[in-house]
Design a protein around this ligand. Structure first.
Ligand code: AHR
Length: 508
């Protein structure tokens, strides 16, 4: 039997303005993300820095607002000085995190120019693994001071006259993980994060600093790590990070995979609770925002056979299924539902490495994975204020969850256009669900409105895009029609964007 679902929104349910930085992504010197990914000086579309413009065009369409760089695990062994100055003088090194060869042909200034040309904010990470305060302060000085000091003058000598406007700095990466170079205990890291923060702010007081939270929900130290790190650093940092990857191979079946949003919601709530515990214990007035600066689907349990010390190997180059795109949609919905606390988030990564954009090896075609679309459309239309939703929906159990709502819904109100946009994942793999949209006290629809429905469906849960068939999974938008209040039918196993716009016409 088909059960109609209902979603209620109201202006008084506002969670406040969404920070556009929740639509971030991540560029790590890893696998084929940089080399043979965004950068390929031999490519026919390469610009003067060697960046592929066909890939840059897809990045523009994807719409990330902020890009984290240069890692990831990579940053914990990185000497940033290797990546600046004349390219011919830059050293080739063994990169210890991923056991690859790093030629340092791309470094800080090239990355900054890439961001500048694409209109994307950079988000830098400093090495608190094998290095520490001195290397970090030197990098901030090199990057952000106008001149008149050793490191800022070195940047100018490297041909970059003006400082880069880099606000956000991550104090290391996943320092709770035993796999991390220079892995630390919570106390050691908390002290180092605090001391690094103090020093960095002396170099430049306009920085926003991110302390490493847990690297995954299943870490045995999750909770106690946050408590200890923040006990040492709460007053000195501006964000607490969190990371999470969903591995479809570790779920039993598609319905279980599609219920991932339940776990993402619970994880965000748990990180908030950990941060608030530290706030209460330290009697801090500041509420700690979260930086969900690595999230995605990652087939992490699959064996990796790449050998040691290759250059730009196809490392974790996951090909995403249609079902994976729905999980990405659920990640975004969970982030939107807690966008009062999650103020930055990065889809990890941008190109080739667990990425929405793929390039064929050796300069071949660039194409969009299934996961590209929920991100691109949410980044474009999920701006404004996030709304708490009142949802009534059929529920089901999965092999791991009880009582999962069939629909996963987030809603956004754009005060400029008056539009209310619903992002809806239908986790029911068999049944379409009619969804009634109740707009509460939003007055803008009284004089008539149009409804526009974009759907992402696939021939099967396991269908994928490829270079040969890049459009197997692609969204379809039905022309806008007058909205009479009738339920909108969301197909089984689908991602949907439903936009109610005051007045009539086509909007996309
Ligand atoms: O994004 C891939 C890796 O996942 C990153 O280098 C690391 O931070 C995380 O474990």
């Amino acid at each position: 039997m088909t059960v109609t679902a209902r979603v209620l929104v109201d202006p008084s349910f506002s969670l406040g303005e969404i920070d556009p930085r929740i639509y971030g992504s991540f560029v790590e010197h890893m696998g084929r993300c940089v080399y043979d990914g965004i950068y390929d000086p031999e490519h026919e579309t390469a610009d003067e820095d060697g960046f592929r413009q066909d890939v840059a065009e897809l990045v523009r369409e994807l719409g990330p607002t902020i890009l984290r760089y240069p890692g990831g695990n990579f940053v914990s062994g990185y000497r940033w000085e290797d990546g600046v100055g004349p390219r011919e003088d830059r050293p080739v090194r063994r990169e210890l995190a991923w056991k690859s060869i790093e030629p340092n042909l791309v470094g800080t200034n090239e990355f900054m120019r890439y961001c500048q040309r694409l209109g994307i904010e950079p988000m830098m990470a400093v090495n608190l693994g094998t290095r520490g305060i001195e290397a970090a302060t030197a990098l901030v000085e090199y990057t952000t001071l106008a001149g008149g000091t050793y490191w800022s003058d070195l940047r100018r000598a490297h041909g970059v006259e003006d400082p880069w406007d880099v606000r956000v700095w991550c104090l290391g990466n996943e320092m709770d993980g035993p796999w991390q170079l220079g892995h630390k205990t919570a106390y050691e890291y908390g002290r180092l994060a605090a001391e690094t923060a103090v020093a960095l702010r002396r170099v430049n007081p306009n920085l926003e600093l991110v302390a490493c939270g847990t690297s995954k929900p299943i870490m045995p130290t999750f909770g106690s790590w946050e408590a200890e790190v923040l006990e040492q650093s709460y007053a000195h940092v501006d964000y607490l990070s969190m990371h999470m990857y969903v591995d479809p191979d570790l779920t039993d079946d598609v319905p279980t995979l599609l219920a991932a949003g339940v776990e993402i919601d619970a994880y965000i709530d748990a990180v908030i609770a950990s941060a608030d515990f530290a706030r209460a214990r330290g009697r801090h007035s500041k509420v700690m925002p979260l930086s969900f600066d690595e999230w995605n689907v990652w087939y992490n349990s699959r064996p990796r056979e790449i050998g040691e010390w290759p250059f730009a190997p196809d490392l974790i180059g996951d090909i995403y299924s249609f079902a994976d795109a729905l999980v990405v949609g659920s990640f975004i919905n969970s982030i939107l539902r807690r966008s009062d606390r999650v103020r930055m988030a990065c889809l990890a990564q941008l190109v080739n490495v667990i990425a929405p954009i793929r390039t064929e090896p050796g300069g071949g075609a660039a194409w969009r994975q299934s996961t590209f679309y929920p991100f691109a459309l949410a980044s474009r239309f999920g701006r404004g204020e996030s709304l708490r939703v009142g949802l009534t929906s059929a529920r089901h159990d999965t092999s791991r969850h009880e009582d999962v709502p069939a629909l996963d819904v987030a809603a956004v109100h754009d005060p400029e256009t008056g539009a209310v946009t619903f992002f809806v994942v239908n986790r029911d793999v068999e049944h379409a669900v009619p969804l009634e949209l109740a707009t509460g006290g939003f007055a803008g629809f009284a004089g008539g409105a149009s409804v526009e429905h974009t759907t992402l469906t696939g021939p099967s849960a396991s269908a994928t895009n490829s270079a040969a068939a890049p459009d197997t999974i692609a969204p379809r938008t039905a022309p806008a029609v007058p909205w009479e209040g009738a339920p909108v039918v969301v197909p089984p196993m689908s991602w949907n964007m439903i936009r109610l716009v005051p007045g009539t016409g086509t909007h996309i």
